[in-house]
Design a protein around this ligand. Structure first.
Ligand code: KG4
Ligand code: ZN
Length: 368
């Protein structure tokens, strides 16, 4: 089965072709980072317009690299949510237009399920069950994953996501967008223990997390240094970045290890953009291996948003596509734990709507 995957949930246009017998055949990505840089964050309208510009040429390129004609596709998958509504609609529209024109099934995929299962794209990948640490720009969650679509939420952030904390703190330190990679690069020249920041909720006894206080602690630290007349030169900022990164890593590692211990699970999967962080990578591997557990990361290029993870989940869930039914429905807010394992259509009801969410907009083609 060969599936085209289209990702447009935020500031990256990702397209890929995945074949369940041969693996990933081709993928391409266009990042909008340079467009949003000047604004210090993603501007939704600019994001949507750029997805419109990029998605067709990227699709043509990926199909050609995969040596696949449109008519050879078995289906099309797109990111249905969560994400920016306008950006999601671009992927939904192109996927459904293609599906309608080609009479192929179309399936809307949960972006975070893509991240969660992205380690399955790697040559060395985990079997079920595993604990998943999902650390993206908008989410910091721990799940017990017993199979595709069986996700039990173990712990969640009470406020900011780890990626969001990286981005906001980077801004505070005068770094560019996206902040995570910039802050991690600055931290590399920082001295360990030169300043002290808290490890929020590390001893809370549960698996929940909180990161917004850390950003405030950095702000307080910066103000104190300035009041004392200390120059906030590059080294001082690097020291703060180093301690900030270490604080986040300490909390994430502690909670991930506690999840493994509580569930007696021996496999840990790390997914989402913050999974690209080297210090997190090293410390997690070290702590988990000391306890006889294996850690799996997606290949670096599939840590952040990409079309490959959407094509992969699309292949797993294509059986859910209702023949002849095409719709521009997106779910900007969508709870991952509400997903169910893929099965035949009748046994996969639509998950309940979130508070304030509009019902899905679906139209059905009359039979030919
Ligand atoms: O998963 P992702 O690409 O997008 C979302 O679905 O949110 O994650 C993006 C997040 C951003 O907050 C970015 O700053 C962070 O991942 N990030 C990093 C690193 N690379 C990306 N954070 C820390 N260290 C990194 N090396
Ligand atoms: Zn993402």
């Amino acid at each position: 089965m060969r599936v085209l995957g289209i990702e447009t949930s935020c500031d990256e246009t990702g397209v890929a072709v995945y074949d369940d017998a041969r693996g990933l055949l081709a993928h391409a990505l266009h990042s909008q980072v340079s467009m949003h840089e000047a604004y210090g964050g993603v501007v939704p309208e600019i994001a949507s317009r750029d997805h419109i510009r990029r998605v067709v040429p990227l699709t043509q390129r990926v199909l050609s690299e995969a040596g696949t004609a449109l008519c050879e596709l078995d289906g099309i998958a797109y990111t249905r949510g969560p994400g920016l509504a306008g950006a999601l609609l671009v992927g939904a529209t192109i996927a459904n237009a293609l599906g309608l024109a080609l009479s192929k099934p179309v399936v809307g995929v949960h972006h975070l399920e893509g991240h969660l299962l992205s380690p399955l794209l790697a040559a060395r990948h985990p079997g079920f069950p595993f604990i998943a640490l999902l650390v993206s720009g908008g989410h910091t969650q721990l799940f017990e994953v017993t199979g595709v679509g069986s996700y039990r939420l173990l712990g969640d952030t009470q406020d900011d996501a780890a990626g969001e904390a990286f981005d906001k703190t980077a801004k505070l330190l005068g770094l560019g967008y996206p902040g995570g990679p910039a802050l991690a690069a600055l931290a590399a020249s920082g001295r360990a223990g030169a300043v002290a920041l808290p490890r929020p909720m590390i001893d809370s006894g549960d698996l929940d997390m909180s990161f917004s206080g850390l950003k405030t602690a950095v702000l307080t630290l910066v103000r104190r240094l300035e009041r004392n007349g200390e120059r906030l030169d590059r080294q001082a900022r690097a020291d703060i970045a180093r301690e900030f990164e270490q604080a986040i890593v300490d909390v994430l590692v502690a909670k991930a290890i506690a999840s493994l211990e509580r569930t007696n699970c021996r496999r840990l999967v790390v997914a989402g953009g913050v999974g690209a962080n080297r210090r997190l990578h090293a410390q997690l591997v070290d702590e988990a291996q000391r306890r006889g557990c294996d850690v799996y990361f997606p290949d670096l290029e599939f840590c952040t948003d990409n079309g490959a993870m959407i094509a992969l989940v699309g292949a797993l869930r294509l059986c859910e596509a209702r023949p002849g039914e095409y719709g521009f429905s997106v779910r900007p807010r969508w709870d991952l734990a509400s997903l169910r394992p893929p099965a035949n259509v009748a046994s996969v009801p639509d998950p309940p709507l979130a508070a304030g969410e509009e019902p899905a907009d679906v139209f059905t083609m009359p039979p030919k």
